[in-house]
Design a protein around this ligand. Structure first.
Ligand code: SF4
Length: 448
């Protein structure tokens, strides 16, 4: 049975040395009990305690990585049933299906569409992550050729889909170095697919006929030393698939039932032939509790709402959406261009950068990390005040980019800039407009 926070605390060194990143051993123990940290973060746990804590230390839903490099996808690692309890951790990946019987022109069109679909929203880039290469022909060489083409034409994560281990092995020849998800191990091919996953150290999806069989198969895989597992309960009716998702999540979190403690894959593409219905089904699984969502095709009008829904559900409800701190160059600014500063609340960044673009005046926009707070709230919290702004301006590198050291602060933050002239003696501080809509006129009239 899983240990409580106090139970874990009794086994920790109790030195409060803070090396784990938490102020006390008790705080660390509480996080460990909630599955929010790894036991390995504390370097001083004895071997005996490690053995006792291994059960408590394992996350209730194992995080699984698919792919390599910057575009690798992490799914699972969830610790709550409902977003408002804390937050959802790892957004589900959207996969585009490409079959090996599709005409070459259709395959090319889908690969091109996959590349093109990308949206900027509140300073963030939204895009899908995976291509599911599906064996429809039963021909290993065709499957291998398609896997190879997908690998060469995209840096996305790959799912290899077949029930035939020989065909999956052919696909692996083409793209094993991209660490694809192997879909799927079933009761009929478990050993062969498990060997393939082990040989290439790749994650594997398990497909079963119901949750009981699913639990038996995952138990066999973990006994064979395979732990990077993704679950497919096999349900293809919307109602059953939804029910299974909820039961899997609840069994893993509330009952600590290890055989179901893995992320899931859902296939709306196999639940309907109506593309709009498919998008609606997918939207349900974004909220509850798909880890990977496979769609029959991507079209902007259906995928964009899904990407936005995912963004909204997987933001931390206790932390506003934030843009990365730094210098944003808008319209190729040079050494004589204006320098504006604002907070990193995403909406603020979105409005200010949009108005600068509208002005067509090349500008440097400095975005100060205020932990996602707006200018006024950031000021009230002491995060957008002279003491905080000045060190950022000095260190961010803007001094080397412009000749005229003139910094424009938001008009409604004029009072907050008190002391900024003293903190930045080499800069002239100018008060900009109060409203974003006045930024274009301000920039057009701006003089170095
Ligand atoms: Fe305690 Fe270990 Fe964290 Fe140090 S690193 S505070 S000993 S849990």
């Amino acid at each position: 049975m899983a240990l409580t926070g106090i139970g874990i605390f009794k086994l920790l060194p109790k030195t409060n040395c803070k090396e784990c990143g938490d102020p006390t051993c008790l705080a660390f123990a509480m996080k460990l009990a909630a599955g929010r940290v790894e036991l390995s973060a504390c370097p001083y746990v004895s071997e005996e305690a490690t053995a006792k804590l291994s059960e408590a230390a394992a996350p209730p839903i194992r995080p699984v990585n698919i792919g390599v490099g910057d575009r690798a996808l992490k799914v699972g690692g969830e610790t709550v049933m409902f977003r408002h309890e804390k937050r959802f951790e790892n957004p589900p990946g959207f996969a585009l299906l490409i079959g090996d019987t599709m005409p070459e022109s259709e395959v090319d069109a889908r690969l091109e569409r996959f590349k093109q679909i990308e949206y900027e929203r509140v300073g963030l880039t939204l895009r899908p992550e995976l291509i599911a290469v599906k064996d429809e022909s039963g021909d290993a060489s065709k499957f291998e050729a398609l896997a190879s083409k997908v690998k060469q034409n995209s840096d996305c994560c790959i799912i290899l889909m077949s029930n035939n281990p020989d065909i999956l092995a052919a696909g692996m020849k083409a793209c094993a170095d991209r660490k694809p998800l192997i879909y799927a191990a079933t009761k009929d091919n478990l050993d062969s697919v498990a060997n393939l996953a082990k040989e290439h150290s790749c994650p594997v999806a398990v497909k079963a006929d119901g949750l009981e069989e699913l639990s038996q198969l995952t138990t066999k895989l973990t006994e064979a030393g395979i732990n990077d597992i993704v679950l497919d309960s096999g349900a293809r009716s919307v109602r059953q698939a939804f029910e299974d998702q909820v039961i899997i999540r609840s069994a893993a979190l509330n009952k600590k039932f290890r055989p179901l403690g893995f992320p899931t894959i859902v296939l709306p593409c196999e639940m309907t032939t109506d593309t709009m219905k498919e998008a609606v089904i997918a939207s349900m699984f974004v909220a509850k509790y798909g880890g990977i969502i496979v769609l029959s095709d991507f079209q902007g009008e259906s995928l964009f709402p899904l990407l936005v829904e995912r963004l909204n559900i997987y933001t931390d409800p206790q932390r506003p959406l934030a843009t990365t701190e730094g210098i944003y160059e808008i319209g190729n600014p040079d050494e004589n261009s204006p320098v504006l500063i604002t907070s990193n609340f995403s909406l603020t960044y979105f409005i200010v950068s949009g108005e600068i673009e509208t002005s067509k005046v090349p500008t440097y926009l400095l975005v100060k990390d205020t932990e996602g707070l707006s200018v006024m709230t950031g000021w009230a919290a002491g995060k957008f005040v002279a003491d905080a702004i000045a060190p950022f301006v000095k260190k961010c590198g803007i001094t080397d980019k412009v000749k005229n050291h003139k910094l424009t602060i938001p008009g409604h933050a004029a009072a907050e800039s008190g002391g900024l002239e003293e903190e930045l003696p080499n800069w002239k501080i100018e008060v900009g407009p109060r409203e974003g809509s006045r930024i274009p006129a301000y920039l057009k009239a701006w003089k170095p």
